[in-house]
Structures are given as C-alpha cells and as structure tokens.
Write a protein that binds this ligand. Structure first.
Ligand SMILES: NC(=O)c1ccc[n+]([C@@H]2O[C@H](COP(=O)([O-])OP(=O)(O)OC[C@H]3O[C@@H](n4cnc5c(N)ncnc54)[C@H](O)[C@@H]3O)[C@@H](O)[C@H]2O)c1
Length: 255
C-alpha cells in the first residue's frame, strides 16, 4: 500500500505500544517510512526483534523496547529511559491490547483486573508519561486504539468491550484536559482487521462471509488501512481534529 507523505511527520519522535505484531507492525513501518523516529514497545520479543531487523535499513530505523504495559512501574521506567535517550515524544500511539474471549461465569476479580490492565489502564499511564513534555512544547498527538466490538455488541468479549468503551471516554477526557496546551487526542476505531492473530482465530469461509455481509464495502480492512488513518491524524493536516472517534471499518454495522 502506498501511503501519502506528510512532511510534518518527518523527524517526529513517535512511541507506539504493541508494535511488534498485528496492526502495530503496519503503524511502526508507516511512521518510520515518513522519516519519523519510532520507538515501539511490546512483550512479543521475537517478533519485535524481527521487525527491527526487517526495517534496519531505513534512514530512521525503528527501535524496540521490551515493556510489559501491565507493569506500571516498568512502564514509567521505560518511558523515562526513552525520553532520556531519544528526547521527548511528539506522538504517542496507544495500540497494545489483548482480545481473549471469556465466559461470564468464569470471570474472577483477578481476571477482570488483568483484562482492564492489558486493554485500558496503560493507555492512561502512557499518556500521563508523555504529557509533561508535550505540555511544555505546547503540541503533541495521542492516538488511542478503540474497537468496533462494543458498538456491535459482540459475544464473549464483555471485559474487552468495557475497556474499549472506556477508551472513548478516556479520549474525550484527555482531549479536554490536554487540548488547552495544544495536544490533540483522538480515538481510532478499527473494524475487522485482517491481522495474523485474527486470521488464526476466525479464518473460516463462514466467518469471512459474516464480516463481509455486515460491512457496506465488500473489502477486508488491512493493518495498512489503520496505519493510513493514524498517519493522517498524527500529521499537521489533522490540526483541527481532537476529542473524536474515527472509524476505519469498511462501514461495519453488523449483519
Ligand atoms: N484486529 C482487529 O480486527 C481489531 C479490531 C478492533 C480493534 N483493534 C484494536 O487495534 C489494536 C491492535 O490490534 P491487533 O489486532 O493488532 O492486536 P494483536 O493482538 O495482533 O497485537 C497486539 C500487540 O500488543 C502486544 N501486547 C499485548 N499485551 C501487551 C502488554 N502487556 N505489554 C506490551 N505489549 C502487549 C502484543 O504482544 C501484540 O504485539 C488493539 O488496540 C485492538 O484492540 C483491532
């Protein structure tokens, strides 16, 4: 996929969470190819190292940092180290998540907390970590990845959907509190994106048909489509976009 070039992204310092697999890979590559300096965080060490190696020849090669985002002390230490090493972030993309399914009767308080920690909590604390330097510069962009799932009321995903609904509220709250200092916070809502993980989970003709029947467009959404929206929203071309949700879902309203 050929992305538009956004001159305002060249040289920007970008932190992308969950960049090692799935949609994150496309976002890492898309920003790196704009000439942005990308640091990506993940627990998927092997895949992340492979991505680093694949993009090592780019003029601005992306850098991987291992970080379990559910460990808030580790998260804070990682962000401090990145800022000390590379300078303050201009753009944060809160992308990491985990959409494991669950049955209501099996959910324990500990499992609830773990699901919220992996799908919601870190978005707040990553934003908190980059906010002081962005405030000082009077500019910055934070993009939070939400999900179409709760808009469609999907099955066996209630805690993930609670977290993803919360991310839209979080986006508006942060956009209000940080917007006065020129920081733009928005939410990207992907539809059914054809990632390796989703292909492993749902790659049957029946599942494919359900997705296409539910969408306005008879095209599958690819990770690069999500990256294209992230590039636009992070660029100065989106200078007046704040506190909103932007869908990239081929018009998925459900069957
Ligand atoms: N793929 C889809 O169809 C789809 C649909 C709607 C929303 N989304 C959202 O888009 C974003 C990316 O989704 P994806 O499909 O690429 O997911 P994915 O599961 O393929 O990749 C998520 C990445 O986050 C990382 N991660 C998970 N837990 C982590 C932790 N504790 N610390 C650090 N990294 C961690 C994983 O290792 C992985 O590399 C997510 O926020 C997801 O909720 C995806």
């Amino acid at each position: 996929m050929l992305h538009a070039t956004y001159p305002s992204l060249a040289g920007q310092r970008v932190i992308i969470t969950g960049g090692g697999t799935g949609i994150g890979v496309a976002i890492v590559e898309a920003f790196a190819r704009q000439g942005a300096h990308v640091t990506f965080l993940d627990i998927a060490e092997e895949a992340s190292r492979a991505l680093e190696a694949r993009l090592a020849d780019l003029p601005q090669r992306p850098v991987f940092r291992y970080c379990d985002l559910t460990d808030l002390a580790g998260l804070a230490a990682t962000f401090a180290e990145i800022e000390a090493t590379f300078g303050a972030a201009d753009i944060l993309i809160n992308n990491a998540a985990n959409d494991d399914r669950h049955q209501i009767e099996n959910v324990t308080p500990a499992y609830w907390d773990e699901r919220i920690a992996v799908n919601l909590r870190h978005q707040y604390f990553c934003a908190q970590a980059v906010a002081p330097a962005m405030r000082a510069k009077k500019r910055g962009v934070i993009l939070n990845l939400g999900s179409i799932s709760w808009h469609l009321a999907q099955a066996n995903l209630s805690i993930y959907m609670t977290a993803k609904a919360g991310i839209e509220g979080l986006t508006r709250g942060l956009a209000r509190d940080l917007g006065v200092d020129g920081i733009r916070v928005n939410c990207i809502i992907p539809g059914a994106v054809r990632t390796p993980r989703q292909e492993r989970l749902w790659h049957t003709p029946q599942a494919e048909a359900v997705i296409l029947q539910g969408q306005c467009l008879q095209l599958r959404v690819e990770p690069e489509d999500v990256a294209a929206l992230a590039l636009f929203l992070a660029s100065d071309n989106a200078a007046k976009c704040a506190g909103r949700e932007y869908y990239v879902d081929a018009g998925w309203y459900g069957a």
